[in-house]
Every structure is written in C-alpha cells, then in structure tokens.
Write a new protein. Structure first.
Length: 181
C-alpha cells in the first residue's frame, strides 16, 4: 500500500485549507448576484446573527489543537463553529433574496465544511486518539468550563464577525443603490 494520498484526500485537503480564500471569492459572486430588499435583509439578519452567536459561543469554549473541547455548544454538537457558519450562510442567502445565491452558498458550505470536518476529525483522532473517540461516542462533557470572551478573541472570532457585518452592509448598500431599501 502506498503512502501517497489519493485524489479524494487531496481534494478534501484543498477545500479544507482554502475555504476562507474561496469564501472571499464566493462572497464577490454572491454580492454580484444578490437582489436584496429591505424585507429580505430584515428577515435574514436575525438568522445570520443567530449563526454568528453560535460561532462566538463555540469560540469562547475552544482551545484549538490543545484539547478535545467538551463544554458549551460542544456538549451538543461535534462541530458548532460549522453549524454556526451554516446558519449564518442561510441568513445571508435570505438577505440576498436570490435562488442562485442560495445554491452557491449551500454548495460552498457543503463542500468546504464537509472537507474541513473530515480534515479536522483526522487531526483530532491523530493527536488525541482515545480522548476524541470517547468524546464522540460517550458524550462525556465538561460542565465546569465557562464561556470566555478572551478565548473567543484568541480564536480570532472577531474576523468572522467583521466578515458577516461587511457582507450584510454590502447587501444593504446594494439594496439602497438599486432603490430597493
């Protein structure tokens, strides 16, 4: 058996590694195709905010690459950051008011987050072994750890907040520019 990675592994690694860069490219396409109105933005904004709220909650519990996190939303979901990203994406799709945008966002999230999850789980199994398997299969949680804003900041969640704000403001600008706001 060869130690060379197969094509699927290379594709997964590519999408996991470059998901943020691809996200910027997709955001440009989304903005171009979006047809936002005041009501679509008003409906999409709380959904997007809920998604970002889940991301902040998760980031405030996460000690990346140092442990298997078992507190906060990790008590309920193996990948709450990605869940939050997905909900945020739904909010942006609603705000954009465009079927092609919804398809692009859904496809982007399905491909990149599936790749990221596969890559992340392989890393966690390699680094934490039995501790990660125990977390995934037994549901043992840490009820003592509390949310920490400084931990969320250390995990650079402010970048996701800034990105979400910029995208939503650009949708407001587009709606205003097109006299739909």
């Amino acid at each position: 058996m060869s130690d060379r990675p197969d094509l699927l592994s290379l594709v997964v690694a590519f999408f996991a590694r470059f998901r943020v860069t691809l996200g910027f490219l997709m955001a440009a396409v989304v903005l171009w195709l979006a047809a936002p109105t005041r009501s679509s933005i008003v409906m999409g904004l709380p959904v997007a905010m809920a998604g970002e709220g889940i991301r902040i909650w998760a980031a405030g519990h996460l000690n990346k690459s140092r442990e298997v996190t078992r507190s906060g939303p990790y008590r309920f979901f193996a990948h709450p950051l990605y869940l939050g990203s997905s909900i945020l994406g739904v909010g942006v799709a609603i705000a954009a008011r465009s079927v092609p945008v919804a398809v692009i966002i859904g496809t982007y999230l399905a491909v990149t987050l599936t790749s990221a999850i596969k890559s992340e789980e392989a890393f966690l199994r390699r680094v934490f072994g039995d501790a990660y398997e125990e977390y995934r299969h037994t549901g043992i949680v840490d009820r003592e750890r509390r949310f920490s804003l400084s931990r969320a900041m250390a995990n650079r969640e402010y970048r996701a907040v800034a990105g979400a704000v910029v995208v939503l403001l650009l949708l407001v600008w587009k709606a205003t520019y097109n006299s739909l706001f």
